[in-house]
Design a protein around this ligand. Structure first.
Ligand code: SF4
Ligand code: SF4
Length: 355
């Protein structure tokens, strides 16, 4: 059976606001069937790394929040801390960055909560029956929400070809350990030349896996929680970004399945297909978009939605995939086929244009 994807272009005849068009496609997804009065609903987006300008514009969240408020639910805006060291590594820096990027109470009248805790280690384990993973680690405040509205910026991605709804509910909804699970097949390691032997990382390692030799050294007791990466003041602990694209994409799909399970399938998705940058919004810059702005799409099926967004980008690029031209070794369809196999959606979609 196919899934419906509601699409509206950025074209605005008679000066009709794009916000009204977003409202229309959201209404077609019937969010009232998923979210009930007084429920606490996460609105998951990506707050953008400091310096990036391609991430979802906060104003696009207005019709989403308006819809949720009209339903009588209690929405909160959320994102999770990053694996890499930057402006979103812990909740203090992350909230500061979110405020600077326009995601704050004064612009959107909604609380902002970083879902995986102060240092990215507050998570809930979900058992799944994946090909690569049997347990996934979901950010605690997302797992305990009553449902989730997922607002994703559709763009290119250096590891997965493109990043959309599936990426937002997998990498974007996991704690730091989960992100390491997806990005790496091994534990982090210390770069001896950068380590000052300050010993700070030892105090944060719950597995007692770090020894001073005299520089810090990560032993095989490491469980890959990734906590030490974020606390080292010298950025001396490095992630081995060694997972293959195929493995990362499959694990993403498995994490996405875990999020569906945690939220009892109560998810609605909106994707923003503007400022389609070649790479992830985690970079401090975004480069020229690969195609002109396209529009907005919504669905209750993240697989159908990502497939439709990708096809719209290909069409806007004259029939060729701009992401495979940039990342020729990446087969971005793996995230879709694996998610389909796990039963969280279908690549068979019906695009319904709404004006
Ligand atoms: S926190 Fe960083 S600099 Fe300090 S001992 Fe650990 S690895 Fe070395
Ligand atoms: S990743 Fe976690 S378990 Fe491994 S050394 Fe770092 S803090 Fe310890």
């Amino acid at each position: 059976m196919s899934s419906d994807v509601y699409f509206t272009t950025v074209d605005c005849k008679k000066h009709k606001s794009p916000l009204l068009k977003i409202k229309k496609i959201l209404n077609r997804c019937a969010p009232e069937q998923f979210f009930k009065k007084s429920e606490i609903v996460a609105v998951k987006t990506h707050f953008g790394e400091f310096g990036n300008t391609a991430f979802t514009r906060p104003i696009f969240l207005r019709p989403v929040l308006e819809k949720l408020n009209n339903l009588g639910v209690k929405p909160f805006l959320t994102d999770t801390n990053t694996l890499y060291v930057g402006m979103r590594t812990n909740s203090v820096d992350h909230l500061h960055n979110a405020t600077l990027n326009g995601f704050n109470y004064s612009t959107l009248q909604v609380p902002v909560i970083i879902a995986d805790g102060l240092r990215g280690d507050n998570s809930v384990d979900m058992d799944i029956d994946g090909e690569l993973l049997k347990t996934v680690h979901i950010a605690a405040d997302i797992a305990s929400a009553d449902g989730m509205m997922v607002v994703s910026h559709f763009k290119g991605h250096e590891v997965t070809g493109f990043g959309g709804a599936i990426k937002n509910i997998s990498m974007g909804c996991s704690c730091r350990k989960g992100k390491l699970d997806m990005h790496s097949d091994s534990c982090p390691s210390v770069v001896p030349d950068l380590c000052t032997s300050c010993g700070r990382c030892l105090g944060f390692c719950a597995s007692n896996a770090i020894e001073m030799t005299p520089k810090a050294f990560i032993t095989d007791r490491c469980t890959g929680c990734a906590m030490c990466i974020s606390v080292c003041p010298e950025s001396a602990i490095h992630i081995n970004w060694n997972a293959s694209s195929a493995s990362t994409q499959k694990k993403m799909a498995e994490y996405a399945a875990g999020v569906f399970k945690a939220l009892d399938n109560k998810l609605v998705f909106l994707s923003i297909i503007t400022s389609v940058s070649p790479a992830c919004d985690c970079y401090g810059g975004n480069d020229r978009p690969v195609v002109a702005d396209i529009g907005f799409a919504a669905s209750t099926d993240p697989v159908a939605l990502d497939k439709a967004c990708h096809d719209l980008v290909i069409k806007a690029n004259g029939g060729t995939d701009p992401f495979s031209a940039i990342y020729p070794k990446v087969d971005s369809s793996i995230q879709l086929s694996h998610a389909e196999k796990l039963g969280i959606g279908t690549t068979d979609y019906r695009l319904i244009e709404v004006d």
